[in-house]
Design a protein around this ligand. Structure first.
Ligand code: SF4
Ligand code: SF4
Ligand code: SF4
Length: 288
């Protein structure tokens, strides 16, 4: 991965394990599972763990923003955690607790880097709030910018209390993701774009995503292999060669982060490090 140029970002990326491969196994992040709801349906996502916060088993594992602050205080006492992230288990922005949490975190622990991941649907609506509460880095998952391809990946979206399906749904989603990236990066938040590589669906298309998101202000991309689940359970997982091919193509356009091993919504500690990477024992993350 080429170093992220741009001195205004250097102080953040230097200490962020998800934006700097050299730091990935050196400094920790803590995810707080405060975002159970989601507002879109990705065909590869296991909906049974993400349905909504009232569902038994999911609700009992989800924290509110006060409990999350306590959790952060505890885990930062135990080890070198530099980043606190909201990465699900649903969509960060579909849950008002996320903004509340970051506001409190800024008051209680101002030195920690604030990070979140989102599908981007609500990003144009909430970009200003995200910047205002001091979020430093945001990951937006963009799996297609061509509506024809996107229709194969998403079943529906729920936007402003209305459910949209098919072409209409993906057009709103794509527009909001791209406008949201542009808006939030203009407000000074560092944007990484994650794309899930789905063989036979978007493998030839990720390069187009890279070109567009770079134009919109993204600094970094992360190409992740599909974990075949739900409606995509029969699609084979991409091979290492397939992933490497796409990452190399994308790297011609924008820096690529390669150290990600897709961790959980409740992970804390140093990513991937034996005895130093922990989780709360709840459902796996949606942070594709
Ligand atoms: Fe929602 Fe994320 Fe699951 Fe997609 S992968 S349905 S954005 S929780
Ligand atoms: Fe890293 Fe994503 Fe978590 Fe941020 S939200 S700390 S980028 S894994
Ligand atoms: Fe972030 Fe991936 Fe590293 Fe987890 S493994 S901390 S998701 S970059």
């Amino acid at each position: 991965m080429k170093e992220l140029k741009g001195s205004k970002f250097a102080h953040i990326t230097k200490a962020h394990p998800c934006f700097n491969e050299k730091m990935h196994d050196k400094v920790g992040r803590a995810h707080v599972p405060i975002a159970p709801k989601c507002n879109i349906y990705c065909n590869f996502c296991t909906r049974d763990i993400n349905k909504d916060e009232n569902r038994p088993g999911v609700a009992s594992c989800v924290m509110d923003s006060d409990a999350a602050i306590e959790h952060v205080k505890n885990v930062t006492e135990d080890g070198p955690i530099s980043v606190v992230g909201v990465a699900g288990p649903g969509d960060s922005l579909a849950n008002p607790d996320t903004i509340k949490f970051f506001k409190k975190l800024g008051e209680e622990k101002p030195d920690l880097i604030k990070c979140m991941s989102t599908n981007g649907l609500l990003l144009p609506d909430l970009a200003e709030e995200v910047a205002k509460v001091g979020v430093n880095t945001i990951t937006v998952t963009v799996n297609a910018i061509n509506p024809e391809i996107a229709e194969k990946i998403y079943t529906f979206i729920k936007y402003h209390d209305k459910v949209y399906k098919g072409r209409e749904a993906v057009e709103i989603l794509i527009k909001n993701q791209l406008d949201g990236i542009e808006k939030v990066s203009n407000l000074g938040v560092i944007v990484k774009v994650n794309s899930v590589l789905i063989p036979g669906v978007n493998d030839e298309h990720i390069i187009e995503i890279a070109k567009e998101v770079k134009k919109r202000g993204a600094s970094l991309m992360n190409v992740l292999p599909l974990i075949p689940l739900n409606k995509m359970k029969d699609i084979p997982k991409p091979t290492c060669e397939q992933i490497e091919k796409v990452r190399s193509e994308v790297e011609e356009i924008i820096p690529v982060f390669r150290a990600c091993t897709q961790c959980r919504a409740d992970a804390y500690g140093i990513p991937g490090k034996k005895h130093e990477d922990h989780h709360l024992g709840i459902t796996p993350a949606s942070h594709y």
